[in-house]
Design a protein around this ligand. Structure first.
Ligand code: FES
Length: 146
């Protein structure tokens, strides 16, 4: 399966690429399957994600999914960012080759980790239903641990 036009577009012109000074939440996760790394920075104003940046040391699919994920959470309430699934990001990109689906999990995990960091910095308790395994990811959507 070839890459969709949207994947190619987000890979070649990644949105929100870069670092952020004074981020309110930072999430960094590694992909156990390939060793790639992703970092997401959030700026939060009144509970709304007013800005988001990402940096990734990863493949084309990781770059495209991070780029799309940042667009999908920008301007949204923080809680909504937690609902972002890798499946939704893949759908928004018009699909990924099956062997590359694991790359999209990185974006979802990095967003969750950044929100967890934001919550922790602001004294908000982490809901074990969402952050239960400590890595910030949703066990049901991910097979990294087993
Ligand atoms: Fe590592 Fe895609 S191969 S994230």
């Amino acid at each position: 399966m070839a890459y969709s036009e949207k994947v190619m577009d987000h890979f070649e012109n990644p949105r929100n690429l870069g670092k952020m000074d004074n981020a309110d939440g930072i999430g960094e996760v590694g992909n156990a399957k390939c060793g790639d790394i992703m970092k997401i920075y959030l700026k939060v104003d009144d509970g709304i994600i007013s800005d988001v940046k990402f940096n990734t040391f990863g493949c084309a699919s990781a770059i495209a999914t991070s780029s799309m994920a940042t667009e999908m959470i920008k301007g949204k309430p923080v809680e909504e960012a937690l609902e972002l699934s890798n499946k939704a990001v893949v759908e928004a990109l018009d699909g990924l080759p099956p062997a590359k689906i694991h790359c999209s999990v990185l974006a979802e995990e990095a967003v969750k980790a950044a929100v967890a960091d934001y919550y922790t910095k602001n004294g908000i308790e982490l809901d074990p239903e969402i952050f239960g395994n400590g890595c910030g990811s949703d066990c049901a959507a991910c097979d990294h641990c087993g």
